[in-house]
Write a protein that binds this ligand. Structure first.
Ligand code: FES
Ligand code: FES
Length: 166
């Protein structure tokens, strides 16, 4: 039996029908055509499907859509105009933070959340904080460097903005 769920997705009110077993990832990809959210393991291990649910990073492959009535969901598409996300994407490009790119949307969502919470994070702490996101290609060196550089760039942007406001 299908259930009607209403949620805000990337700032837009949406209503959709789901089976009790339907994951949020399947709603996003198949009903909303928001295909930046990737599916890797489909059992909560790899982090490729990471989105924000009510502002918190979550695995959309194991979030049952039926439980999300009234929730606010943000995918990578929803952060396209966000300055920190733009900085992070540029850094992944410049620092070779991807090879096949399959893990990249989840890396960007988790990295963005990390930089929001800990803007000064560097080195080994990034490795620990990002350990819930798996990459099969890069050996993580480029990913860690990308997040480090994005943190430094974002900090410079904030201090420039403060300087301009003074
Ligand atoms: S696809 Fe969701 S954690 Fe791997
Ligand atoms: S770049 Fe290929 S899985 Fe991470």
């Amino acid at each position: 039996m299908k259930t009607t769920v209403s949620a805000t997705i990337n700032g837009v009110a949406q209503t959709f029908e789901v089976e009790p077993r339907t994951s949020l990832a399947d709603v996003l990809r198949e009903q909303m055509r928001l295909t930046a959210t990737h599916l890797g393991c489909e059992h909560g291990v790899c982090g490729a499907c990471t989105v924000l649910i009510d502002g918190q990073p979550a695995r959309s492959c194991i979030a049952l859509a039926v439980t999300l009535d009234g929730a606010a969901i943000t995918t990578l598409e929803g952060l396209a105009d966000d300055p920190l996300m733009q900085t992070l994407k540029a850094s992944f490009h410049d620092q070779h933070g991807l090879q096949c790119g399959f893990c990249t949307p989840g890396m960007l969502m988790s990295g963005w959340d990390l930089l929001k919470r800990k803007p000064d994070i560097q080195g080994q702490d990034i490795r620990v904080a990002m350990s819930g996101n798996l990459c099969r290609c890069t050996g993580y060196q480029g990913i860690v460097r990308s997040i480090e550089k994005a943190a430094q760039t974002a900090k410079g942007q904030v201090s420039q903005t403060k300087g301009a406001a003074a």
